[in-house]
Structures are given as structure tokens and as C-alpha cells.
Design a protein around this ligand. Sequence first.
Ligand SMILES: NC(=O)c1ccc[n+]([C@@H]2O[C@H](COP(=O)([O-])OP(=O)(O)OC[C@H]3O[C@@H](n4cnc5c(N)ncnc54)[C@H](OP(=O)(O)O)[C@@H]3O)[C@@H](O)[C@H]2O)c1
Length: 377
Amino acid sequence: MRQEDPVATAAAAHRERDAMRRAVELAARGLGHTSPNPVVGCVVLDRTGRVVGEGWHKRAGGPHAEIHALAEAGDDARGGTAVVTLEPCNHTGRTGPCAEALLDAGISRVVYAVADPTPTAAGGAATLAAAGVDVAGGLLVEEAAAGNAAWLTAARLRRPHVHWKYAATLDGRTAAADGTSRWITSAASRADVHRLRAESDAVLVGSGTARADDPHLAVRGVPGATQPLRVVLDTAADAVTPGARVLDDTAPTVVFTAEDADARELEDAGVEVLRVPRAADGPGLDLAAVLDALYRRDVRSVLLEGGATLAAAFLSAGLLDRVTGYLAPVLLGAGPAALADAGIGTIGDARRLTLIETVRLGPDLRITAVPHTTEEP
Ligand SMILES: NC(=O)c1ccc[n+]([C@@H]2O[C@H](COP(=O)([O-])OP(=O)(O)OC[C@H]3O[C@@H](n4cnc5c(N)ncnc54)[C@H](OP(=O)(O)O)[C@@H]3O)[C@@H](O)[C@H]2O)c1
């Protein structure tokens, strides 16, 4: 039996880790552009371990990360290693299977991070292994899964990932007693919200916010951003009226109403109105039905931008997957709270989250947390 050189083996493992870290970075460039597909990054190493190709999935319907990286590597891919954040796909969708492309390019080893959970695309690893390729999964799986958290949640739950974002004072207020709220957080925080919007497939608000703020909800100041779908939940179709900023042509917009709402004014103005059942046990619309309709439109990630009433409804329905608070070092002492009554009456029932990130943004703090039950690391 051939004796392996332990120094060479350790060096190769080190190069593959570096390549996977880079692949995770590359994958993130696709955020906001690839739905209903995941973000994926790929680095190709030649037989000596040198980086010869890099790629990422840039947009749904376009070539997968492996195809871009193999194209850049050309003949240098032969006998080399492909390092990829997600198990290479095995199916022919709008593009051909990546497993086959890797075989055609003569790749001899494939290292991936996350196994593909979707029944249609899974199986790439087995196909490659059956064809004699050395395949290893699970390298930097937590980092790669975090980069694809929304897509993985959507694949598991068959509904979009819901990320609630709010801006508040240090004492948790979102406006002053007289209703004024512009601006609590800094320009740096507000610019960061545009990045979150750009990374999301849809941005959603309730009728209270639509009425109070006439929000625009489109992305500004993020070069090359794909505009998210703008969504308003307006049960009686009486909060969004023709001329509202959310209805301009910067981005597509959908207004959800109850099945029996009179939405003729909106429909006559060419606005897309989707009707869903009312909530069975509370005010407003059935949120699961809203998310289901969005999922069927290929929305995999929703940025919930308020307000407090709707966020509380999502929380009590168990439909919040991630929370980001922008906290400004400002005190108000009176005014509405960031979250309305979510039916939690005693401290034992408090929803405790896991903190996953804190970032200073100018004078503010951005805090991100996930419920204990999500699979996010
Ligand atoms: N600081 C921040 O981060 C931030 C962000 C957003 C908003 N805000 C502020 O928050 C205020 C608005 O918040 P809000 O709490 O009054 O309104 P909201 O949460 O934006 O909207 C609540 C409304 O959404 C509708 N809705 C539809 N389906 C629902 C469901 N399943 N559960 C609950 N509501 C449902 C209901 O009205 P219908 O059933 O009648 O349609 C409900 O009254 C504004 O002053 C705005 O400036 C602050």
C-alpha cells in the first residue's frame, strides 16, 4: 500500500480549507440575485493545489458556481480539486448537472460543505463517487450554512425565511410620543438596511406602516442590486391607495388583502392584488397563507420591516427566523415599543434568542439573533 506523506496531506487539507473560506466569500456575492436557487461559491485547485478557477452563482437561470470556476480553470482543472460550498447538483434544470460538468472537466476530487437538501438536486456526491471521484463533504459546514441560511430554512420549511428588522432607541422605542421618528438611527444604519433589502427577495410591511409612513421599500445606494418584491398586508385594501410610493415602478409590488376585500381601486390601477384567507384566530390575514403564496412566487427570503403589530403576529405564529435590531444610543422614555403584544404574559414564556452577531454602525449597534429552534449556527 502506498504510504501517504503526512506533511503533504496536511498542506493539502490546509489549502482546501483556505479555498472553502474563499468559496464562502464568493457565494455571498450572489445574495439577493439567485432565488429560488441557493448562493454557491466554488474554487478549483489544480493537481498541485494552486488556485486556477473561481466562480459563484450570479443569478437564477445562469450558470452554477462550478461552471464559472471550471471555465476559468480550463485544462488546469484536469486531475484537480473542486471546492464548493454546496453539494454539486445532479439534475438538469435551466442548466445542466454540475456533477457531469465536473466529470467532463476531469476533476479528481470534490470537497463540498453542505449536502443539498432538495430532492431534485441532491445526489451529486453519489454520482461523482460512483464515477471514481474522491468526494468529501462537511468542510466548514457551519460557515457555508450560515451564508445560505435563508435558502436552507426555506428548503426545510417550504416557506420563505423571515427576517424581522427594526430600528429603536436604547430603551426600545420606535417613535416619540407624538409619533415623530425620523430619524432615530444614523445614516450608517439606514444604509445598512438597504443592504439587507438588497439581499432579500421580498420586503414586507403591515397596513399600519403603509398608512403612517407611505414607505417606498425599494433599495437605494446598493450598486447592481436586484430590487426585492415589495409586499404590503392590507386586509381591507384601504391603506394602500393609487399614488402610494410603494406602487411606483422602481420595483414590483404585491398587496395582500382578504378574499372579500373590495380592492377594485387598486386592481383598476393595475396593482397586483393577492387574496388570502383571514387569520383564523386574530386580526388581519392568515400569515402562513401569505408566506405560502410568496414561496410559490419563488420568494425564499422576506425582510419584515414592521411594524410592531405585524412583527408580534409573526412571532406568536412561530414564523420569525431571524431578528436584527438597530439600536441607537438615544432615550425617549415614551412612545411605541419595537414589538407589540405577542401574547407573552409571564417571564417564563419570554422568547429567548441566540445572539449571533453584534456590529458597531457609526454611533449605533446592530444586534442579530435567531430563535433557538432555527438551524442557523
Ligand atoms: N422603527 C422601526 O423599525 C419601524 C418599522 C416599521 C414601522 N414603524 C412604525 O410603526 C408604526 C406602524 O406599526 P403598527 O404596529 O401600527 O402597524 P403594522 O404592524 O405596520 O401593521 C399592522 C396591521 O397589519 C395588518 N395585518 C394584516 N395581517 C395581519 C396579521 N396577521 N396580524 C397583525 N396585523 C395584520 C393589520 O391591519 P388590517 O388588518 O386592517 O390590514 C394590522 O393592524 C408606524 O408608526 C411606523 O412608523 C417603525
